[in-house]
Design a protein around this ligand. Sequence first.
Ligand code: SAH
Ligand code: SF4
Length: 339
Amino acid sequence: MTDLKALSQEELDSFAKNAGLPAFRSRQLIHWIYERYALSIDGITEFSKKLREELSARAYISNLTLLDRQTSEDGTQKFLFGLEDSETIESVLIPDDDRLTLCISSQVGCAMGCVFCLTGKLGLKRNLKPHEIIDQVISVNRLILPERITNIVFMGMGEPLANFDHVIEAIVRITNIMKMSPKRITLSTSGIPLKIIELGKKALKVNLAISLNATTDAVRNVIMPINNTYPIRALLDACRKYPLPVNRHITFEYVLLKGTNDSPEDAHRLVRLLKNIPSKINLIPFNAYSGCEYNRPDERTVIQFQDILLDAGMTVLIRKSKGQDILAACGQLKATYKA
Ligand code: SAH
Ligand code: SF4
């Protein structure tokens, strides 16, 4: 049985051809899967009953299973999805002004082992397939009808650049088939220089966010083990090579951990490190979870850190972490399901 959602645009064309169908049928299938969010071939009511039966004999449309949906006091929603092999992932929908941003997962768990991140504690179970990445967007779009996701960030579970080919295929389909502008898509990475350069070469024009989180290799080595392989200098060199369209910048995420990376010296070093890179900084005061060994700095320390960056002329935001009451904020995703 062929899963139609697992096929690329070209593969869907050949599927239709092999099934003896005219080319417009493949366009109709795309429309029903990606814009009408059809859950099954039988749901494609534009097709005759006979055609639906014929197609169902050789193909089907897979769907993520919604296992749980929680809404935070601030309107953030967290979706827990089951995959065909019973693994689970989470996606988070964040309303903000006129935007509806979906934070999506690229892997089940994550191998990078950043010490402050709950997803990192899970280890890597497996990569998501392209359609499992895209289906987070399709499924949530269907669940929130008549509203529609306006922006996508790869900031859920997993390291997107460690699942490179599948993430690229997902982005290609989201931009080409679902017609979302790459300007509205942001890929966040813990920093794999060769993959950042490769991503640049794909010329997909998506926004890049880097989880920098420290200003010295000594600290970054401890909190983000990947830094032992690719130190800060190698990471920033790769960022300088990322082909940024005019007037765009790279976002640097900086999780503030009390007593670890939140000193005024860190702020000054951050200014020096990012000089020459068109950048925007997102400060994320650490989000706690049970059993974590880090703390969030107090408000004054956060403001002082921000002021040093502002005084140096940098663009910097303190990210209000949304959805903390339902463990939907950055670094709090672990996708456990208790039946
Ligand atoms: N793996 C990618 C995509 C996940 S994004 C990456 O690391 O960039 C997750 C973001 O949340 C990262 O910027 C990470 O640094 C941040 N984060 C992880 N744990 C956190 C926590 N407990 N509190 C605040 N931010 C956290
Ligand atoms: Fe993985 Fe990102 Fe968490 Fe690090 S911060 S463990 S790379 S999900």
